[in-house]
Each structure stands twice: as C-alpha cells, then as structure tokens.
Design a protein around this ligand. Structure first.
Ligand code: FMN
Length: 385
C-alpha cells in the first residue's frame, strides 16, 4: 500500500458505520445488515456452471460480513441470451452447481440472489460466437450508431420472457432468497427503456416511458406470477450504459416516477439503482443521486451503489485506471444520505472483490487492514478467495 492509500484507509478506519449494521426485513427475508455485493462477472464458470473456486469466492464474501450476495449476471435459458460460453447460465445443467453456491453462502450466514440476464444487442461474443448465433433486441441496435443483430419478433420476446420465468422458478427451487432482473447498463431489458435504441412501433416501443417499460414490466409480472408473492424480486436499473455514460432512460423526475410506479406494480419489491458514483446528483437543484430519487417515489427498499470506498468509477477501472481508497469524507457522505433515507441498502462492488472481509473490517474499526482493490484483481479469482 502506498502512503496515500494508507492515510486514506486510516481515516476511513475511524468511521462509525453502526447505522449500516442494522438488519432489514424485506417480506420474509431478513438481512443481517445493509451491505450487498452486486452482481459482478468473475469468469469463474465452466460451461455456465460456477466452479468450486467461484463458490468459495461467494462464500468468503458472506463469511466476511456481506448480508446479501448477488450472483453475477446469469444468462437465461434462451439461445439468444449470451453469445459467449464463458458467461454464467442458469438452466437444468447448471442448477446443481448454483444450488451449492447458495448453500455455501447460507452456511456462511449470508443470503443470495441470482441475477437473471439477457445481453440483447451487446456484442458479448468476442471470438467465441457459436455458429448461427443471432443477437436479438428491441430494434437491432446496441447504440444509436451501432447496429447489431436484429429486432426480436413478438414471438421471440414471449420465449425470452418464458426463459426469465424458468430462471426465476429454478432459482427459487434451488434455495435462492430472491432474483434480480437485470435491466441496466445497456443490456436487453434496458435497451427497451432507452429511447435512442428502442425504435419499435408495436406495444413495446413509443415515446412515453410507459410504452418502453412494457416488456420489462411483462417480464416482472410473469416472474412474480410464477414465483408467488413471497419470493423477493429485485429490479436493477441504470441511466448509464457501458456503451454510453451519458445515456438516459428518463429525462425528468416525473418520468422516473412513472417508471418506478410501473415496475413496482408489476412485482418489483426491491430497486437496485445502478450509478457509477453514489454521490453524483441526478438533476440540478438537488443533491439526490438516482437512488434518492427512486426512493422518493416508492415504498420499496432501494439499493444504492457506485464507488463506495474507491476514488474512480467502475468503467474507469475497466478501461485501465487504477482506483485508490477514498477517505472518511466519502463514507460520511454515504452515512449522511443513508440517514436522510435516500436508500436502504448499499452495494459494494470492487472493494469487496479486493477484500472479502471489507464489511467485517469496516464494521469493527479495522478499516486500516482493508486490502485495497487492484485492477488486476478483476482478471483472476486467484488469491481473492
Ligand atoms: C468485473 C465486474 C463485473 C461486473 N459484472 C456485472 C454483472 O454481471 N451484473 C451487473 O449488474 N453489474 C456488473 N458489474 C457492475 C457492478 O455490479 C457495480 O455496479 C459496479 O462495479 C459499481 O460498483 P463499485 O463502484 O462498488 O465497484 C460489474 C462490475 C465489475 C467491476
């Protein structure tokens, strides 16, 4: 650790994070504190099934105090969901391996959700695209300037919806505490919400957010119907896309209110609001981040996320910049926003990749012992278990 990093960690070590250590009840689900590990691809699957090493990686985060572990994006059981076989999948062949991850997290005192994902028009294939693979999306666009694959027919959308339903039913059967529907970062369900690339003229497109939310809402409704009232359904949304940090699914608080209301009434009982920095104001005139705005429009719990413990955001990391630990003021700001009621839970991503005991160390004043996250950690599960 450099001297600067050590000084920052020392400052943060003195923080009293007691408010974030209170349990939270969501329906039948009790979380022991407010810390969540968000879904993060770790490339530790073999043919879509988590390896023993990946299971150990998840178990260690639960053992280190994280209340809720959300598995990396799992491709749903449809041929168009992800081109590359390195991604996690949830289907009949991988369910037992996922069950064993869930069991391991439970034994370590944590709770676990599986994240259900369809890549849509994003090119996830690299050099490994299987013959005949066709990317399906609202309008065959990954970005306004980037055609990719083709628009899905309504019949194909019905089949994709059923794949989400099968995934959620499977997650429930194997003991998951809930599922998170991935509708963020520029992948399929988010592509419906994003007006710049959803050009459909059927019931799944249109100028109003209520038009563009129709397919994600139908997915939520179908999943809710199949899993019953007690299974926790999280929906993960974002303005930003991996392909465009300035993209917007909604341009005003009123549009956001409509979206939140549609998703809530369609069955969401938890909102995971993805931002790259939790402290960035969403609209002028208020210091509310996107999570704070969502919370102001719903009675459901909200998860905030973005650069907790680190000074640069996830995309800076993924494009080559090394992150450094932040000092006490950022944690103070997190606590201030939490105390004000902007969110109920907080996701800690890269910091938890770097140190599985991040929550435990922050909880008992051992912040100075936190192993700082390094970019290289993303490449390997290695010593991180
Ligand atoms: C290596 C890596 C993989 C990720 N994979 C996913 C994913 O599978 N699903 C998802 O919703 N977000 C994914 N994300 C985004 C994280 O969930 C999180 O929102 C982001 O890292 C910001 O949190 P942080 O600043 O605390 O790291 C990934 C991030 C990283 C660093």
């Amino acid at each position: 650790m450099t001297q600067v990093q050590a000084d920052r960690a020392d400052e943060a070590a003195g923080q009293d994070i007691t408010p974030l250590l209170q349990p939270l009840q969501i329906g039948q689900l009790r979380l022991r504190n407010r810390f969540v590990m968000p879904g993060m691809q770790r490339f530790g699957c073999v043919d879509g099934a988590p390896s023993d090493r990946l299971r150990e990686y998840y178990r260690r985060r639960a053992l280190g105090g994280t209340a809720l572990v959300i598995a990396e994006a799992c491709a749903v059981d449809h041929p168009s969901s992800a081109a590359n076989p390195i991604f996690a999948r949830l289907d009949a062949r991988t369910r037992d391996a996922w069950r064993s991850c869930i069991d391991a997290v439970h034994e370590a005192g944590g709770r676990m959700f599986l994240q259900l994902w369809h890549a849509g028009a994003v090119d996830t294939g690299g050099t490994s695209v299987p013959p005949g693979f066709v990317a399906l999306s609202p309008s065959g666009l990954a970005h306004p300037d980037t055609p990719f694959g083709r628009p899905a027919t309504t019949g194909e959308l019905a089949a994709i919806k059923e794949a989400f339903v099968r995934g959620a039913a499977c997650a429930r059967e194997i003991g998951a505490d809930g599922v998170e529907i991935h509708a963020c970062h520029g992948y399929l369900l988010d592509q419906f919400l994003w007006p710049a690339i959803n050009l459909r003229t059927d019931r799944y497109g249109g100028p109003a957010i209520s038009d563009r939310a129709t397919f994600p809402a139908e997915v939520l409704q179908a999943v809710r119907q199949a899993t019953g009232p007690d299974f926790v359904l999280s929906i993960r949304i974002s303005q930003w896309k991996e392909a465009d940090y300035e993209a917007k699914i909604v341009t005003s608080a009123d549009e956001l209110r409509q979206l939140v209301s549609i998703l809530r009434s369609s069955g969401a009982d938890l909102f995971h609001v993805s931002t790259r920095r939790f402290w960035t104001p969403e609209w002028p005139g208020s210091d509310f981040g996107l999570a704070g705005w969502v919370k102001s429009f719903t009675d459901a719990p909200v998860i905030a996320v973005g650069s907790v413990g680190l000074d640069v955001d996830v995309m800076a990391t993924l494009t080559g910049e090394e992150a450094r630990p932040t000092g006490a003021s950022r944690i103070e700001d997190l606590l201030r926003r939490f105390g004000r009621g902007d969110f109920d839970l907080v996701s800690v991503g890269r910091s938890l990749i770097g140190d599985p005991d991040w929550v435990a160390k922050m909880s008992d004043g051992r912040g100075a012992e936190i192993r700082p996250f390094r970019r290289a950690d993303i490449e390997f599960l290695s010593a991180l278990c």
